[in-house]
Ligand binder design. Structure first.
Ligand SMILES: CC(C)(COP(=O)(O)OP(=O)(O)OC[C@H]1O[C@@H](n2cnc3c(N)ncnc32)[C@H](O)[C@@H]1OP(=O)(O)O)[C@@H](O)C(=O)NCCC(=O)NCCS
Length: 277
């Protein structure tokens, strides 16, 4: 039977090294921990390169029926401009099948996404640097008793169920800290050690003060440069972080397909990754 070598199929963690090789070929950092998480919480789709490895891949992470996120969109240079990227995106949108689909686009992907019907909803900047922040002392490591309150706060802010993702974060992140107020958990944040930096996210908080304190305390525990993605919704937080050593690396555009984003996005301070929201 003839098999189309350019078929899109769901791939599993046994193809992790092929994903990393494809990422490196497009000058992306081969972040093994992030990709491992993608296989755990999302659906990873790939197109085989008949010569070995992957010609393209994309990841769809679904949050119930309300929202899905698409990320890790990569096509090998030798297979560019043949429609693979468009097909992978269409496949990921259909696989999610949710009311809204969210992604953040580099300037390379944006025209393709616009053609497919995505619209821009804001800008996001990746920052990195040695943050010179005194610890706030207001947070503490998360405990098992905090989880229900953390999940409730997250659901109100994110607007779609992502308990499965939070549980993966709780077991895989190096640090998860919470700040408690008189009426329960006011915010939580996670930090992840990568090869040459510590990434902070997700970070959800009821107000900017709480977000600042969480960032300061998560950064204080690291001997590496800190990295995070910040939306343009909190200009004062940006200014404060820039004045304490955070440097702009690159911008992406947040885009939505279908219904407007659910939840209370003003309180979603930092995403888990650009691929997941
Ligand atoms: C961005 C990226 C995913 C696009 O993948 P791709 O497979 O080249 O995408 P497509 O082929 O579907 O579309 C790209 C262009 O080729 C054109 N095209 C598609 N099929 C074609 C064909 N058979 N002949 C000629 N052109 C074609 C499309 O119309 C589109 O044109 P445009 O750039 O003028 O809008 C790829 O370049 C990539 O991986 N870049 C590096 C990583 C990256 O930036 N990823 C996106 C993160 S948001």
């Amino acid at each position: 039977m003839y098999r189309d070598p350019m078929l899109i199929k769901r791939i599993d963690i046994t193809r992790l090294d092929d994903c990393l090789a494809l990422a490196v070929s497009r000058d992306w950092t081969p972040d093994r921990r992030v990709w491992t998480l993608m296989f755990e919480i999302g659906a990873v789709f790939g197109i085989d390169d008949p010569g070995g490895g992957l010609a393209g891949c994309v990841v769809s992470t679904r949050y119930g029926t309300r929202l899905s996120a698409i990320g890790m969109m990569l096509v090998a240079e030798g297979f560019g401009r043949q429609g693979l990227g468009t097909r992978l995106m269409e496949h990921a949108i259909a696989d999610g099948g949710t009311e809204s689909t969210w992604l953040t686009a580099t300037r390379f992907g944006k025209p393709l996404y616009e053609k497919l019907g995505f619209r821009s909803v804001g800008e996001c900047t990746r920052y990195a640097g040695d943050l010179r922040l005194p610890p706030s002392g207001g947070s503490r490591p998360v405990s098992i008793e905090d989880v229900p309150a953390m999940v409730r706060l997250d659901a109100a802010v994110f607007g779609a169920p992502r308990e499965h993702v939070l549980r993966a974060v709780l077991s895989a992140a190096d640090q998860v800290r919470v700040i408690e107020g008189t009426d329960g958990v006011r915010g939580y944040g996670a930090a992840w050690r990568n090869v040459d930096n510590t990434a902070i996210g997700p970070l959800v908080a009821t107000d900017e003060r709480t977000a600042r304190d969480l960032i300061a305390d998560l950064a204080a525990g690291s001997d590496q440069p800190i990295r995070f993605h910040l939306a343009d919704t909190h200009p004062e937080l940006r200014e404060w972080l820039e004045s304490h050593g955070a440097e702009r690396e690159f911008d992406t555009t947040a885009m939505v397909y279908g219904a407007s984003l659910p939840g209370d996005r003003e309180r979603l301070f930092l995403p888990l990754t650009l691929a997941t929201g």
